[in-house]
Design a protein around this ligand. Sequence first.
Ligand code: NAP
Length: 335
Amino acid sequence: MRAITHDRHGDAGQVLRLGERPAPAAPTAGQVRVRVLSRPIHPGDLAGVQGFPGGPAQRFTTPRIPGVEGTGVIESVGERVQDLRPGQRVAFFPVPGAWGELVTAPADLVVPVPEGVSDETAALMLVNPLTLLTLLRAVEDAQHGRAGPVVQTAAGSSVGKLVSAAALKHGIPLVNLVRGATGAQALRQRFPGLATISTADADWRTQVQDATGGRGAQVVLDAVGGSLTGELAALLADGGTLITYGQLGSGSTPLESLALTPRALTVRGVSIGRWMTRTPEERAEDVAFAARLALTTPELFEVAARHDLADFAKAVDHVRRPGRSGTVLLTSPAS
Ligand SMILES: NC(=O)c1ccc[n+]([C@@H]2O[C@H](COP(=O)([O-])OP(=O)(O)OC[C@H]3O[C@@H](n4cnc5c(N)ncnc54)[C@H](OP(=O)(O)O)[C@@H]3O)[C@@H](O)[C@H]2O)c1
């Protein structure tokens, strides 16, 4: 099968290769084999190729195939698989190796795609909605039953737009931050009911203060981090919580500079990587939420472009292009 691989951590533009790899083992009991037709390039996938900051830069004896999410068609099923059959259209997460053309996965991580959900939406059906649920739960925990203003960074991202839609639906007083005027304009048009502020404006901190009614934020949801972290902590009201879930930015902020103790601030990391610690029943409810969202609001699953696996270098360049709206997909032909 064709697969994108890397044999060491490093910049995606330098270490990724397209090659022929042996197909994964045939499904055993409780497993299914999926022919993968489309998979997203998430920022987290590129971070996984790069190697996470603070982690070891590894070399792999067997080339690693990135990707954890995708959609395709079931080729074969192992014994004791009850609700899935060959030919069925499915989405899957978290299944390592999604950037290959075949995966063998536990059946409980493979979800039928509802009729009415397009193949493109199906490719994005799980990770971002499950991230949304993770973030909403973290916000709720941080609010201790007293809802106050929430600020989010990188608000024009695919996840950020899901957060905006959820905030409007649930009456969360959300303030959106983006890094440029064009992105701010686009987001204001998309979500006119929410305050959107560009951090390129000299007075953006005052604008946030005004948008939170002078109170400061109770919660900041941050996907940028780096040198912005100190600024974000300063936006919090005393007792507030900074939830960090991404690292799109550069630079760093020393923990000691955040005045955590005198201001009783909390910093909390959240990751969808912990999703598998939820019970099977909870995960089934989350997946049902994701499938419903895909069916009812496909406009929240925007695709920026599709590239065949062979054009992965172009696809990675596209992901890194500022001002991109939506997710870039890597595709494979159906036959
Ligand atoms: N913790 C988890 O479990 C988890 C799960 C899913 C996603 N995430 C994180 O969520 C974030 C969004 O993911 P996504 O797939 O929704 O992203 P996306 O659709 O690829 O969008 C990325 C967005 O980030 C903005 N951006 C990029 N670099 C930035 C910087 N240095 N400063 C400010 N904004 C910047 C871009 O803004 P422009 O329009 O200005 O270019 C764009 O709106 C990522 O950090 C990702 O790693 C985390």
